[in-house]
Design a protein around this ligand. Structure first.
Ligand code: DQA
Length: 148
């Protein structure tokens, strides 16, 4: 199995960005722990971060040609705004899990709406960096049940 982990805007700033919401781990540390967990699950993990909506969309399109089996995505603020990201995920019809470090539902009301979530397998929010690890486990199990 090969899973793509996508990180949206401002997540390159993890470690110093609003630690009360997002914790102290850097994106590099989170990606390393995802690769480690992937190894123990026999899943290849490829991670990509961009601050640009179009670059994320291009990477999603590329995933379909690259033999990616599923996507873990933290769309960050694009969660709440991006019909284009939603359409890209639907266009490649790859199963995906939406992830948030913070519990978006106990924050500002504009964070309660997601443009993606009703197209997702599921959503994990509020566990800090562990949200990503839980999503990787969940997507792995989902894909194995599909005999991927
Ligand atoms: C976030 C939550 C979003 O509302 C916010 O815009 C982010 C990060 C999270 O991981 O908690 O940038 O996706």
């Amino acid at each position: 199995l090969h899973i793509l982990v996508l990180h949206g805007p401002n997540l390159n700033m993890l470690g110093t960005r609003e630690p009360g919401h997002y914790g102290n781990q850097t994106l590099a540390e989170i990606n390393a722990s995802l690769v480690d967990l992937g190894q123990s699950l026999s899943v290849e993990v490829t991670a990509f971060q961009s601050n640009h909506e179009g670059a994320l969309i291009d990477r999603i399109h590329q995933a379909a040609c690259d033999g990616i089996d599923g996507i873990v995505i933290n769309p960050a603020a694009y969660t709440h705004t991006s019909i284009a990201l939603r359409d890209a995920l639907l266009a490649v019809s790859l199963p995906f899990i939406e992830v948030h470090l913070s519990n978006v539902h106990r924050r500002e009301s504009f964070r309660h709406r997601s443009m993606l979530v009703d197209a997702a397998i599921g959503v994990i929010a509020g566990f800090g960096p562990s949200s990503y690890l839980l999503a990787l486990r969940g997507l792995n199990e989902f894909l194995r049940l599909q005999n991927k």
